[in-house]
Design a protein around this ligand. Structure first.
Ligand SMILES: C[S@@+](CC[C@H](N)C(=O)[O-])C[C@H]1O[C@@H](n2cnc3c(N)ncnc32)[C@H](O)[C@@H]1O
Ligand code: SF4
Length: 387
């Protein structure tokens, strides 16, 4: 199996900033609160070291997308973002139309930094609004009000050509009618992109404990399904169809960085707990770094890299990842590419079975995709198709 890694293939750089002002009770991302402050300059040097180390493994790539995720990267100084972007540009060639996204929390303090981020080279922001309802925001443990979030969206709109925001739905005690109103309001504020996530009760979070104790009445399966259907229909009517199970965009305004993951392209993972996928000597390699921020810092300072895992994937694993990620997209997967990666074809009987049940469809140009009817059952569909 030979993977074609030309300069024209998309290549993303993910930069993880693992700190937040407080920990939201539903969140299991690699995010930490440091009341004693953070030595940002020291962390910055470690990010530069890590970028140098990863780029030495895959020097001949052109960076098409960069994503600052977290945690809360909007807590970084704009000058730190600038330093990281400059470092990336010293080590790789960067496409002239590079997409540079930064995740921001919509507090007034962070919004004051937006112009600085723009000057540093960020050209897209993704705001974690989560809800437009003050009581829900309080329950989600957020530090901002709905009005503060809307003000941050307005500031983002005035500074960036491209912005998106996230909402969480299927929240405790949420009704169809209240979500319909909130979603319409959100669409009126959105430009080209919205991420709409169903609340997941993650193990080892305070929400998990509350839920187990019966103190967090989340929508049952039927209501969650109705909320999902309403979300899909309302967004599609407004010209923001789902291009991925939780992501909606006007055609052409999709987040190009996330498409790198879902289309199975390569990306470098920089920072504590960041994952990467790199093609080295025609083999796809999965990388992971130390998750704990200070341990990552010391590892980078001692070893020149925070990488704790660098594992060559087998052909089967590479193909299964492509299937798993690609079927989240409305466009689905290219069956020929799947065959080339895995060295085998997907079981035609399983495809026929799922097709007869209306869960998948094959297109004239050789793609397999999940139908709108199949999307709520995506996990089961993928499990059925994967080897
Ligand atoms: C890395 S997180 C957050 C970025 C930023 N720190 C913030 O909170 O605004 C990215 C998104 O994941 C979503 N998210 C996090 N935990 C979730 C959960 N348990 N269920 C559903 N969505 C979740 C939220 O919408 C969040 O904005
Ligand atoms: S949701 Fe965002 S702000 Fe809240 S803990 Fe997670 S990463 Fe931090």
């Amino acid at each position: 199996m030979v993977l074609n890694m030309s300069l024209t293939n998309p290549f993303g750089v993910y930069v993880h900033w693992p700190f937040c002002l407080s920990k939201c009770p539903y969140c299991d991302f690699n995010s930490h609160v440091r009341h004693g402050g953070i030595d940002e300059a020291r962390f910055l040097r470690a990010y530069e070291t890590e970028i140098a180390a990863v780029s030495a493994q895959v020097p001949d790539r052109r960076v098409s997308t960069i994503f600052f995720g977290g945690g809360t990267p909007s807590l970084m100084q704009p000058s730190s973002v600038q330093t990281i972007l400059d470092c990336i540009a010293r080590h790789w060639s960067v496409a002239p139309d590079v997409e540079v996204t930064l995740e921001a929390n919509p507090t007034s303090v962070e919004a004051t930094r937006f112009r600085g981020f723009r000057t540093a080279g960020v050209n897209r922001v993704s705001l974690g609004v989560q809800s437009l309802n003050d009581a829900a925001l309080k329950e989600l443990g957020r530090l901002h009000s709905a009005q503060e979030a809307l003000d941050a969206v307005a500031i983002a709109r005035s500074i960036f050509d491209r912005y998106s925001f996230d909402l969480i739905y299927a929240r405790p005690q949420q009704s169809i009618d209240s979500w319909a109103v909130e979603l319409k309001r959100a669409i009126a504020e959105a430009a080209e992109h919205l991420s709409l996530y169903q609340l997941t009760i993650e193990p080892d979070t305070p929400f998990y404990g509350l839920h187990k104790a019966g103190k967090l009445p989340v929508p049952d399966e039927d209501l969650a399904r109705d909320l999902y259907d309403l979300t899909q229909a309302t967004c599609a009517d407004a010209g923001l169809p789902a291009y991925e199970i939780s992501n909606h965009a006007r055609p052409g305004a999709e987040c190009r960085h996330n498409l790198v993951y879902w289309r199975g392209h390569d990306y470098a993972g920089i920072g504590p707990g960041a994952h990467g996928r790199l093609t080295i000597d025609n083999r796809r390699v999965a990388t992971e770094t130390e998750k704990r921020p200070e341990a990552w810092l010391m590892r980078v300072e001692t070893n020149g890299t925070g990488v704790t895992l660098s594992q060559k994937l087998t052909a089967g694993e590479t193909a299964d990842e492509y299937l798993l990620m690609g079927l989240r997209l409305a466009e689905g997967i290219d069956l020929e590419r799947y065959n080339a990666l895995s060295g085998r074809t997907l079981d035609p009987e399983r495809i026929s079975f799922l097709r007869e049940h209306g869960a998948v469809e094959t297109t004239a140009d050789g793609r397999l995709r999940v139908t709108p009817r199949g999307f709520p059952l995506l996990d089961a569909v993928v499990a059925d198709l994967a080897a």
